[in-house]
Design a protein around this ligand. Sequence first.
Ligand SMILES: Cc1cc2nc3c(=O)[nH]c(=O)nc-3n(C[C@H](O)[C@H](O)[C@H](O)COP(=O)(O)OP(=O)(O)OC[C@H]3O[C@@H](n4cnc5c(N)ncnc54)[C@H](O)[C@@H]3O)c2cc1C
Length: 304
Amino acid sequence: MSLERFGKAWEAKFGEAPKRNVPLAPYTTIGIGGPADALVEAKTTDQLIEALRLARQFDLSYTILGGGSNVLIRDAGIRGLVIVNRCKRIEVDGTTVKAESGAPFAGLARKTIRLGLRGLEWGVSIPGTVGGAVVGNAGAYGGDVASVLKRAEVLSPDIKRESWNRERFSFGYRTSYLKEAWKRGEKWLVLSVEFELKKGDKESLEAKAAEYLEHRRRTQPKEPSMGSTFKNPPGDYAGRLIDRAGLKGKRAGNAQISTVHANFIVNLGGATASEVEKLMEIARNEVFRQFGIDLEPEVLILGG
Ligand SMILES: Cc1cc2nc3c(=O)[nH]c(=O)nc-3n(C[C@H](O)[C@H](O)[C@H](O)COP(=O)(O)OP(=O)(O)OC[C@H]3O[C@@H](n4cnc5c(N)ncnc54)[C@H](O)[C@@H]3O)c2cc1C
């Protein structure tokens, strides 16, 4: 009922009905996920806010997807509405770069390099959107979002726009206030982000980015994945522990613990979310049994 009311209101406003029963696998980097009851793609910040406002008004449960590169969507899919964030505008003013939250993060990083700005060059290898990167405090090669984010505009669960400084995000290793809040069902949304960068030398930034990409090609699997499945425990690497537990190459159906990097679970073609979850459970149990370390998932599991 609430879906119908949402659909009518959305169509009246934007001239297009939400899509129904949409398989979500194509919206994720691992290519896995059952259907969403309904799905809309927000191309402007106004549309994004309106989607949330209407969902709230009609008591419809909703989930935001950026690039789907850090989530595992269960085989039964997601009930209610999935909002895919396609808001991509980027503005540059000196060393300040403001990006809408649906902008591809790697594309933003490449743009800043072309402009001779330093601070986001590590981001060339990170799939997904700016919003997703903020939520998980994405990072690589010694850089992370927390080091360059100056302010961000967020939408509160009761649909109020707020401007947050860096401290307000309580960034930690691959986490933020927002990521922990989503786990509790408290849905904050990143609308846009202001990064403070430094002037740099374009050629050396380009060389660094090429080096990072080459390192990725050598050390990460080519098959579809969600990136790192687990966070690295303090002082160690999840990949090393899973490898030492003898699990490299372990399969469940068409999901496999990568033979290249044991913290990646790859989809060999047609894998299901339950197969991936099974491998996650095996890795977690074995590492705990053999080394007494409880690995914490980095990926968020959505749906049910
Ligand atoms: C091959 C590969 C390599 C990777 N390497 C790295 C790496 O080196 N370092 C690293 O940190 N990560 C890495 N990742 C993980 C992933 O790319 C990052 O976590 C990325 O920032 C997620 O962004 P996303 O848009 O895909 O988020 P999604 O997967 O779409 O969403 C992640 C979570 O954030 C929420 N969310 C998304 N957008 C918003 C928003 N605007 N406001 C509020 N909540 C939102 C979603 O609801 C979901 O709960 C890798 C992934 C892959 C596939």
